[in-house]
Design a protein around this ligand. Structure first.
Ligand code: VGL
Ligand code: ZN
Length: 210
């Protein structure tokens, strides 16, 4: 029943989880959360749903790192080339332990890496802030996917941006709400409203498991 549906598990990486004491740990991303996500993905896979993962994959001098901007600190915002860039503690540095996926090996068909250009951030799994495509849209189209189940971290940043781009690209988008966690309550509330207004649906994990 899921032949034209894919699940996109966004940035389930050590640095974003409380389980691993990550550099940018998202509240609620504990052992139970990771386990529930892996279980749900395995059950979807067993029903014929393709499973893809995204990975935040930054060079050590990435523009989003507070350490790349002397005098600035984590969670400050700065203006760069006419857009606002939020600064984060260094996280998900390419090949580092913190960048490792927490999903069981072989669950995901493909991992799409994003944020590798030092000059551009990429909350979205589809395009970086410079407009360069990651290849995810091509991959989905090659596999005749027209609907996406999205979960992962963080709800108010990368899940939100990936879901909004997916809507713009014409996909039906469903977020598995309890398999997401947010950096902060106010940005989560804002994200929820923007996503609903854009036409994103929300579903519980339980309703997907028959
Ligand atoms: C993310 C902040 C910085 C995310 C990535 O995965 O939501 N958030 N980089
Ligand atoms: Zn990042």
């Amino acid at each position: 029943m899921f032949s034209t549906t894919a699940a996109i598990i966004v940035d389930l990486q050590k640095d974003f989880t409380t389980l691993m004491n990550g550099a940018l740990a998202v509240p609620g991303s504990d052992e139970h959360f990771i386990q529930q996500t892996a279980e749900c993905a395995a059950a979807l896979k067993a029903q014929g749903c393709r499973i893809y993962g995204t990975l935040d994959w930054h060079p050590a001098d990435h523009i989003s790192f507070c350490t790349s901007h002397p005098g600035k600190k984590a969670f400050d915002s700065i203006e760069i080339d006419g857009h606002t860039q939020k600064l984060w503690p260094p996280h998900c540095v390419q090949e580092s332990d913190g960048a490792a996926s927490l999903l069981p090996p072989d669950l995901c068909e493909t991992f799409i890496k994003k944020g590798s250009n030092p000059r551009f951030d990429s909350y979205s799994g589809f395009f970086d802030d410079g407009g360069v495509a990651t290849g995810l849209d091509d991959l989905l189209k090659q596999n005749h996917i027209d609907a996406l189940l999205i979960c992962g971290l963080a709800f108010d940043y990368c899940v939100k941006a990936t879901a909004l781009d997916a809507i713009r690209l014409g996909y039906t988008v469903i977020i598995i709400k309890e398999l997401t966690a947010a950096v902060a309550p106010d940005s989560a509330e804002q994200a929820q409203q923007e996503l609903a207004a854009a036409g994103v649906c929300f579903i519980s994990a339980e309703s997907l498991l028959f």
